[in-house]
Write a protein that binds this ligand. Structure first.
Ligand code: H2B
Length: 114
């Protein structure tokens, strides 16, 4: 299978299919640092990234913002001193779509990008 980060994002649509429990387990193996959590009954993917200071955390936040804008799929981003919490889900679809796993994998890649 093509590496997750290299797969294409589909447009966000309300009728887009959510991942099944089996797909969830399979896709999570490709992004082992992400945690699936349910908030208000909506499944989300979350990861906390640690940095040496606020400036680096903010730079990472902006890189994630850029990859989100590129594809029109957007995360929740909480930037703190030395820490960024990134949460992906598909608002329109009300849960986790394949897009969220692709973007989580692409988010991981922003750690190496300066
Ligand atoms: C019109 C626009 O493409 C949509 O509102 C997009 C924008 N970004 C989005 N991002 C996420 N994560 N989920 C969505 O459903 C979503 N919808």
């Amino acid at each position: 299978m093509t590496e997750l980060a290299a797969q294409a994002c589909e447009a966000c649509r309300a009728d887009a299919p959510l991942v099944s429990d089996e797909e969830l387990a399979e896709l999570l193996r490709e992004i082992p640092d992400w945690t699936p959590i349910a908030r208000d009954g909506v499944m989300q993917l979350e990861r906390v990234f640690k940095f040496r200071n606020f400036k680096q955390a903010l730079a990472f936040t902006n890189r994630v913002g850029e990859i989100a804008e590129e594809v029109g799929h957007h995360p929740a981003l909480l930037t703190e001193w030395g820490k960024v919490t990134v949460t992906w889900w598909s608002h329109e679809a009300g849960g986790l779509h394949k897009n969220d796993f692709i973007m989580a994998a692409r988010t991981d890649k922003q750690l190496d990008a300066e």
